[in-house]
Design a protein around this ligand. Structure first.
Ligand SMILES: *Cc1c(COP(=O)(O)O)cnc(C)c1O
Length: 611
């Protein structure tokens, strides 16, 4: 898959006159967004994780943009006044390490062009369209095998037009090197355009193909007339085309799986691949390293993945991490803590349960007393109790457990990816997570992030489990770059895309977005007069347990069905004899949507006389 792109943005854009005197052309806005930024969003949605922008004129605009997009690297073409697009491409090339897309900066295009290039099995492909009548056409000619033979702005130079150059091409790493070599060895051709270099290099031995989409919707924007045409004709057409490909929006306010972006959904639609191919092994290795990097240094920690739900990861951890003759202490302050204890019981492990309130903070002094007994080797706790929205203060509890020499194993399934954390500082040795909660992927991958030094101790322990054995899964992958059993292939591609999007947003900002949604919910609850189970200061901001209103007219199913009609899915929450319903803000949810949900909640509560 193509994961890197170059945007050539060094030019002066002089045909715009005053407008581009102090601003690069790519920053001209269409519908409130600079055209280059729209292009960047499309590239990210298509799975691009590194975008090198070659700048020149007013480069600081791009440098500022790079601050908002961690995937952007800017490189300045110092000689931009005396060179052209090829000069800019040449300064970008050293930052590219793989096959890539190269794009012009002043393009408005339908994202489908990127998918067509991606799916084309040929290595070097220039995207072309039918006639645009734009009056700034670059015509392409080809031989019988669609290999580029001629590039010209002059129609009379081209006997038979094969298509018009769009300004988006797929280029192999090798071809990019050849282009740079050609450029460096022709100092007389300083002002050459990249497409002319492609023309020079294209041959039977170095085939560069032209791929035409006859009715492709796109435009370059070089002057005011083109801008006007872009705004009135091209942009609405692209919007319509792209919206036809949108998946119906459902906002999941249940505690996982959570709402995913369309780009994550589409990332699953890929060519079939045998998971034993090296290419797939590299993908898994990369995904695992990225998952680790969000919370720890991959030198010291490693992520071990299984095809399973979050509970599968919990089961792998609990059944693998207790040493022979060891003893486990499990905190139970909600259904998920109880689940860890249940797993230990099923595997006939030696364990004891530390019970604590489901909505009040843990009594840390009492817990320390338990640590002090010296009975235990291992300590298990849930980071965020999804049952109630109670966040356990692991920053105090785990270092305390470490102080008494315990190995710490943590269920962070509904915390990981939603809030910044540092496993080394937290004193966490093993931690479980899933692909489908805060990280924003599809359900199907459970993983355990392990402190290597602790994991290696398990090498010679007798196995209590088979499919879920943590050390075996780790060692086999290390040796072979394959999982022992069939992994959920498509789900891994979706997870890769979810990681790209998480890195783009950053976990800090994601936590802020969830907090903003939670604040909207909390203030609506107060307005309606509904009570929360957990005090605000102990809540995670990821899930809110709300006490059912007292009136007998309240019925969860009615509320659920009412909200579902508007595209919102909510979830009940039963805790012994306390009846609640739960609203999660996880995944690809925006504050606007939480506001809309709150209006719906209020309407329902009003209809039963609560407010
Ligand atoms: C969601 C969740 C799990 C796992 O649930 P699955 O349905 O197995 O994916 C485990 N622990 C916690 C705290 C959770 O929130």
């Amino acid at each position: 898959m193509i994961r890197q792109a170059v945007i050539m943005a060094g030019g002066l854009g002089s045909r715009f006159g005053d407008r581009t005197q102090e601003m690069p052309k790519g920053f001209i806005e269409i519908d409130g967004m600079p055209m280059v930024e729209r292009s960047i969003k499309k590239l990210i949605a298509a799975g691009i994780e590194k975008i090198v922008i070659g700048t020149g004129h007013c480069n600081e605009w791009y440098d500022n943009l790079a601050k908002q997009y961690p995937c952007i690297v800017t490189v300045k073409n110092e000689d931009f006044k005396n060179t052209s697009s090829m000069g800019t491409l040449a300064v970008c090339a050293p930052f590219i390490t793989d096959d890539c897309y190269i794009l012009e900066s002043d393009l408005l295009y339908d994202a489908v062009g990127l998918f067509v290039l991606e799916n084309d099995t040929r290595k070097n492909v220039i995207l072309a369209s039918g006639a645009t009548q734009s009056e700034d056409e670059v015509y392409l000619a080809t031989d019988d095998s669609s290999i580029l033979t001629k590039v010209s702005k002059n129609k009379s130079d081209v006997t038979e037009v094969a298509g018009e150059l769009v300004g988006i091409s797929k280029i192999s790493y090798e071809l990019l090197q050849q282009m740079v070599q050609f450029y460096n060895s022709h100092p007389d051709a300083k002002k050459i355009d990249y497409e002319k270099v492609l023309e020079q290099l294209a041959s039977k031995d170095t085939p560069i193909y032209v791929r035409k989409i006859e009715h492709y919707v796109w435009t370059e924007i070089d002057d005011e007339a083109m801008l006007k045409r872009a705004v009135t004709q091209i942009y609405p057409h692209i919007q319509e085309n792209e919206s036809l490909r949108n998946v119906k929006r459902e906002v999941l306010l249940n505690p996982g799986p959570s709402t995913t972006s369309d780009s994550v959904k589409y990332a699953q639609v890929i060519a079939d691949i045998c998971p034993r191919e090296l290419e797939f092994g590299n993908l898994m290795e990369d995904v695992a390293t990225e998952l680790t990097s969000f919370v720890a240094d991959p030198k010291d920690y490693v992520t071990v993945m299984f095809g399973c739900s979050g509970t599968g990861a919990d089961e792998a951890m609990v059944s693998s991490c207790l040493p022979p003759n060891g003893k486990l202490l499990v905190v139970d302050n909600g259904s998920y803590g109880a689940r860890l204890a249940k797993i230990a019981a099923v595997y006939k492990e030696d364990f004891e349960v530390f019970k604590s309130s489901t909505y009040e903070p843990i009594d840390i002094a009492a817990l320390e007393k338990e640590f002090k007994t010296g009975k235990y080797t291992t300590f298990a706790i849930v980071y965020h109790e999804t049952t109630t929205g109670l966040l356990n203060p692991l920053e105090t509890i785990c270092p305390l457990a470490k102080k008494y020499g315990l190995t710490t194993i943590v269920d962070a399934v509904s915390a990981y990816g939603g809030m910044p954390m540092d496993l080394e500082k937290l004193g966490i040795d093993f931690m479980t997570c899933t692909s489908n909660k805060h990280i924003g992927g599809m359900a199907g991958i459970g993983f355990v992030i392990c402190k290597k030094q602790e994991l290696l101790k398990q090498k010679d322990w007798p196995m209590r489990n088979y499919y879920l054995n943590l050390y075996d899964q780790y060692e086999y992958f290390l040796k072979t770059k394959q999982t022992r059993f069939t992994p959920p292939v498509q789900t891994l591609y979706a997870l890769k895309q979810a990681i790209i999007e998480t890195k783009q947003e950053t976990i800090e900002k994601r936590f802020e977005r969830f907090t903003e949604c939670w604040n909207i919910l909390v203030s609506a609850l107060k307005d309606i007069g509904l009570k929360m189970l957990v005090k605000e200061e102990y809540q995670s901001h990821f899930i809110t347990a709300i006490l059912n209103p007292e009136t007998p007219k309240y019925n969860f199913e009615d509320l659920h069905d009412y909200a579902r009609n508007f595209g919102f899915t909510i979830y009940p929450g039963k805790l012994g004899n306390i009846n609640t319903f739960r609203i999660a803000n996880m995944g690809d949810i925006v504050p606007e949507e939480m506001k809309r949900f709150c209006t719906i909640l209020k309407e329902y509560m009003h209809s039963i006389g609560v407010c």
